[in-house]
Ligand binder design. Sequence first.
Ligand SMILES: Nc1ncnc2c1ncn2[C@@H]1O[C@H](COP(=O)(O)OP(=O)(O)OP(=O)(O)O)[C@@H](O)[C@H]1O
Length: 317
Amino acid sequence: MASAIEIRGLTKSYGDVTALDGIDLDVPEGSFFGLLGPNGAGKTTFINILVGLVRKSGGTASVFGYDVEADYREARDRIGLAPQEFNVDRFFPIREVLEHKAGYHGIPHDEARERADDVLKRVGIYDKRDTRFDWLSGGMKRRFMLARALITDPDLLILDEPTAGVDVQLRHELWETIIDLNEQGTTILLTTHYIEEAERLCDEVAILDSGRVLEVASPDELMDRGTDDIVIQLRDSPTAVPDFAADNDRVETVELDGARLVVTAQQGGLVAPDVVQALDRDGHEIVDLEISRTSLEEVFVEMTRQGEDRATAEVQQ
Ligand SMILES: Nc1ncnc2c1ncn2[C@@H]1O[C@H](COP(=O)(O)OP(=O)(O)OP(=O)(O)O)[C@@H](O)[C@H]1O
């Protein structure tokens, strides 16, 4: 599949600070791609390079085959950006703000009005079209940021923390709008601190830490790397249970506390049937069984913590 974003050896330094330390990344066309990383990982720098707000120090970055610096105009016209900050002209009615934005991208006035109305309806704030940005509620402001990103009908939509500080209801509404866009073919690059958001929406995520890409994988693949707890409630309180770990490489620990048995294993869903069979063979009756999967959040925290350890070790060398 062609790449919407192709990055090779991308670096960026601000004085002594290395914000991006040689990044290679391909975001496939049509995908819903997440960029996750702790504060200061380099996500905003990465996005700002794509949209021409920051000049890279080295390497290459292209969007739909256009170099973000040499072919700035062609690359930029394909991107819609909803940034974290509300960098909006506050003194004009929001419909006018959208018309100006469209005009800046070369869209004729009549069409600009039509598009403005269309995107305002799409994000559900058309009835606020004559209101100034300042007078919108926090949630409406977030909706407006999405509308503004959509006004040029972009092939690549970049969403930097699109649901920061919005309530659960609106978060779900925004998700629906974004999923809809992706289903219609728009490539989405999403940064978020809500890991659940990435888990729900993204086909693939890149974990960025200290300016490096630690991993690119689907949320499911990442979660499979963590361990799951198989929690079993037994009718009796045995003094011993079968040695599950000896029979199955995926099993890491077994804890028995009265009638409660916890088997910690990789891919718990695959291990649970063997555990149940072994218990059954030994004559133990199971009252309840529950598998609690590792969350993407736990895997993420673990990976970025290892990144910190590596960085500390490098500094000490
Ligand atoms: N204009 C700048 N001048 C100097 N240093 C900067 C500048 N912009 C970013 N940095 C530094 O570059 C590093 C990466 O910052 P960046 O904002 O890209 O991270 P981030 O992943 O977007 O973080 P957050 O999740 O907090 O938004 C940080 O160490 C930051 O302090």
